[in-house]
Design a protein around this ligand. Sequence first.
Ligand code: SF4
Length: 259
Amino acid sequence: MKNSPLDEDPPEPDVGAIRLSAGDPALGALATGKATLVMGGEPVAFELTVPAGPVAVEDVLPIFQGLASLFAERAAAKAAAGGRTVSCRAGCGACCRQLVPIAAAEARALAALVRSLPEPRQAAVRDRFAAAVDAAAEAGLFDQLTGPGERRFEAGLDYFRLGVACPFLEDEACSIHADRPLSCREYLVTSPAGNCRSPTPEGIEKLTLEGDPSLAVLKADLRDGWLPLIHALVFDETAPPSARDRTGPEILADVLGRL
Ligand code: SF4
């Protein structure tokens, strides 16, 4: 995928452009620019609004969430045009016991989301995070999942075998659907949904997306590498504050250039 650099000149209204925005005008100036992404060989116009000043990657995250959802929608439409139907449905949490890799920026955003939840729901979600961490620790996996070791991928498979539900899974549905991680947005299958309970290379037909925002954000946020979702709250409480040494347009250009 190729993309044009973000044009930060105030754009003329572009009725055909897809608009995505991040940032709160009450917290600082915003910058709006145009960008063209080549998606599946087709140029797609965007109008993107981000914080103008120095921010952390998590402050620009809604743009990348919107892009990931767009890539997923396009992949689903392409599959449907080819006679294949996406099996993923609300109420199917078959894949939500897999280890979910997230960027540090996503961990910060998820921790902020949890802090914003009203009680008693916040306490229930925190309890489920703690239970998942405990389950991984009791199985001897937590240090492998969160450390620099080479066994992280295998540890992720071992974690899946524990069958621990994602802390955000409620009644087999994602309780944070609008805020779910990038890799969750990008995971769509056309194989029977039940196959995701015990996935094998032969049993899973995963859609290929035209871009990979989760990987692009991870590479742009590489100072911390990937984290398992279950580590988000501990990470947020124990890691140093996020770097705020790039402006919103600089972070955006970095991530778009990695798609
Ligand atoms: S965040 Fe939502 S979609 Fe992702 S694993 Fe958890 S429950 Fe499932």
